[in-house]
Design a protein around this ligand. Sequence first.
Ligand code: SF4
Length: 169
Amino acid sequence: MSYLMPVTGTDIWYYFICKRESWLMAHEIAPDQEDENVDLGRFIHEYRYSRGKKEIEAGHIKMDRLKKVNGELVVQEVKKSSTFIESARYQLLYYLDQLRQMGINARGELLFPEERKKERVDWTQESKQKLEEAVSDIRSIAKMPVPPEPKKITFCRKCAYREYCWAEG
Ligand code: SF4
């Protein structure tokens, strides 16, 4: 019997930001609760721009919005900023892929209301392959006895684990 760790859209989002964070989250290492700027839960909500909005759940995924446009099903993910757009794309592609596995074909849209920007995202065979690699890698990272070494990236400044990664002795 082999257990496959469920992978959520948030896991995908973090994986494309930082592999170390992926490990820390899988191991439920509590982020720094005291730093009010970097509270993980709050940051996710602010970043997702979904406070107070209902999410749509299907299996392990929670989507911001699902609607029909000209007979086509569209999954919309609303983000506060496009800074981490690659992660946002893969998170949305993951939703599209999960829906396809349930027999539902949809396209995606990333919305950045504060930047008045919108990006269309379509499922492709290449994206599916990349997602499969990511899911397998997320599970492998979770099994590692210690986290990958920290690497300084733009996200570190906002990351709830920054004290954990970068505090001087
Ligand atoms: S502080 Fe930086 S290196 Fe550490 S988990 Fe966060 S993003 Fe990754």
